[in-house]
Write a protein that binds this ligand. Structure first.
Ligand SMILES: [Zn+2]
Length: 101
């Protein structure tokens, strides 16, 4: 599992199952990720002063990277990530279309 920031992913479990989203952040351990509009956490801000309105701030929360599949930008299908070595470099490839992703 090597999801990167900016990848498009498909959610495979939970409330957001079947939705695709763009990855915003990946935790350093790569086990948890944050994606646009997925696992929204609501935070209520109380008014501090009189006349001020309270507001609800919505923010995507981190969730387990094992609940997603990468959507290949080349063939547009949910896929697993493979690796290839070329000239001492490790490159990421789509297991379905074998293209560099
Ligand atoms: Zn592909």
């Amino acid at each position: 599992m090597r999801i990167k920031q900016g990848d498009t992913i498909l959610i495979t479990t939970g409330d957001d199952k079947g939705r695709t989203a763009k990855v915003l952040k990946v935790s350093p351990t790569e086990r948890r990720i944050q994606a646009e509009g997925i696992n929204i956490q609501k935070k209520h801000h109380r008014p501090r002063k009189e006349g001020e309105k309270g507001q609800v701030i919505e923010k995507p929360g981190f969730f387990s990277a094992s609940n997603v599949k990468l959507v290949c930008p080349k063939c547009n299908k949910p896929t697993r990530i493979g690796y290839k070595r070329t000239g001492g470099k490790k490159i990421r490839i789509c297991k379905k279309c074998q293209q560099l992703i």
